[in-house]
Design a protein around this ligand. Sequence first.
Ligand code: 13P
Ligand code: SF4
Length: 317
Amino acid sequence: MVFAAIQHTPAVDLPGAIAELKRQRNAVILAHYYQDDAIQDIADFIGDSLELSRKAAATEADVIVFCGVHFMAETAKILNPSKTVLLPDLEAGCSLADTCPADAFARFRAQHPDHIAVSYINCSAAVKAHSDLICTSSNAVDLVQQLPADRPILFAPDENLGRWVQAQSGRELTLWPGSCQVHVAFSEQALLQLKLEHPDAEVLAHPECQQHLLDLADFIGSTSALLRRAEASPASSFIVLTEPGILHQMRLKVPGKTFYEVPGADGCSCNACPYMRLNTLEKVWQCLHDMAPEIVLDEELRLKALAPIEKMLAMSR
Ligand code: 13P
Ligand code: SF4
């Protein structure tokens, strides 16, 4: 079936064919930094999770092609029920979101009835619906600091991000034991070797990395924050501890500087997110052509998941 569909993909000038379909459908293409370079190059907007949800909330297009993973496209649909939201590959999930099934999360919440439940945006709509507030890696510290000092807080699903937020905000968090398979795969040995080879390089890390790697970082932040740091830093080379898709924008934005990715253990390429990388240029064309796969959500669930997302957008500075 997939083979038959892909037969229709134009053999030449795929970016041109996508631009034409996009115009016909009045569509916008939003892409996360972990997408393949070719997808980033045809996107109307590239950003981190917070920026992408803001863009999704503000767009006037009829169709949103979300080049990212399922929870990101789902968030766009929660914010835009009347728009068609397409995800080029419906299998593009998230290992971190998978560590937090909604029924188990609901039980966790019930065990802590007095806690405020803060969930990282990397979770399903059903988990969002059980949460009081959503955050992303770029606003988590600030949002947690805004919560009433006398209320205890649950944080799900990323325990590494949660520990970092705890240290930065000074608030104690009860953590859900989840993690991202990509950000726990980086090899400490490879990082130390890169630091030896490039002693002047600054180490930039995403807070989903484990503590022992964050301890070796010079700067920690969301994908957009890492990109901004690469531009603003006086350093001329950087070792980047996050999915290597971000290196494309770093090299485009700061062409005079050098960027090194950190491999997974034994040099494996497990530092690339296997879910993000399911989207391809061909599938972007195909989804605009077929107007599928589309994100569809139950309205009751959507409204429950919308409340903590809207709270996040209102509290974000
Ligand atoms: P950002 O919000 O920093 O873009 O992170 C998204 C993500 O999935 C990290 O693994
Ligand atoms: Fe999920 Fe990790 Fe991929 Fe981000 S990098 S989308 S957290 S699996």
